[in-house]
Design a protein around this ligand. Sequence first.
Ligand SMILES: *Cc1c(COP(=O)(O)O)cnc(C)c1O
Length: 345
Amino acid sequence: MSFDLKQLLRNNIREIAPYSTARDEFQGKASVFLDANESPFQSDINRYPDPYQQMLKVRVSRIKKVHPDQIFLGNGSDEAIDLVIRAFCEPHEDNILAIKPTYGMYKVAADINAVTYREVMLTRSFNLDVVSLMKSIDKKTKVVFLCSPNNPSGNSLIRSNIEYVLNNFEGIVVIDEAYIDFAREEGFLPLLNSYPNLIVLQTFSKAWGMAGVRLGMAFASKEIIQVLNHIKYPYNVNVLTQQKALEILEQEEQTKQNISTIISERDILLPKLNNLDVIEQVYPTDANFVLVRVKDPKAVYNYLLNKEIIVRDRSKVALCEGCLRLTIGTPEENLLLLDALANFK
Ligand SMILES: *Cc1c(COP(=O)(O)O)cnc(C)c1O
């Protein structure tokens, strides 16, 4: 396979000169900052943030074992998804390909950028049909989005299938690993330097418990990260988010403990759900949620709602007919859910 990043980029992006911030132009030590038209009155937030979040990236680098130059941080994974499409896809011309069913944001970002969104149906067991995926690719397909563990199905895609796509598609392969911390297998970060066309997305919104701060990660070659840096908003991650994330990343042990609690709760919950009359099928999951099939999803949804338990109705989604998606909660919350479902008539 031949991969040529320059060739793959959208024409205008290839030529672009990035906006140069005051912080880009001066990075040394000083005590009087009169270069950015900020307020001189000191507070936590009177200065612009570091546009490249270097302190945060050093921390992330240690945790993820990826070089800081191979890390992009943005306003949620959403920002990285949008930037990848913008960097590689010519509006009204190119297309991206994603699996179906999957996370909704790839389509939203494609639609906003006037890029055609193609879908390739997963198999009944939510696995990749690699032959049909490769058949859906043409010269105008610039990016393939794979989500593993996949939302809303919960399963990890089969590793050799993902590797097949990485080895045979000459465009960008994005693997969205939002739920990787809950998975049994490790993700694709260790293979980052083996595949110049690979972008791995992860997030602080799930396992790290920081959905509120909006912080997402993209990992790729230094060259791809440089492109994303060139086209992002200069100060895309604000001071408060950077501070809060640094603080939470210090509590790595607590996060690991929370992840093992979720995983052991998942192990307890799945067989119990399986034993309930109301549940017809429990799908295997590698994430912090589980997809279950019931006879009357709307009725079960409304019944739970009435008990102030909110779940996600995915029954209108392809291959998810009759399905509800249940997030794993605290042990107490999971008991409430089980108890409610056991009493459904
Ligand atoms: C929740 C989720 C994300 C996280 O998005 P953020 O913008 O980082 O909060 C990304 N991808 C998938 C598949 C998700 O389910």
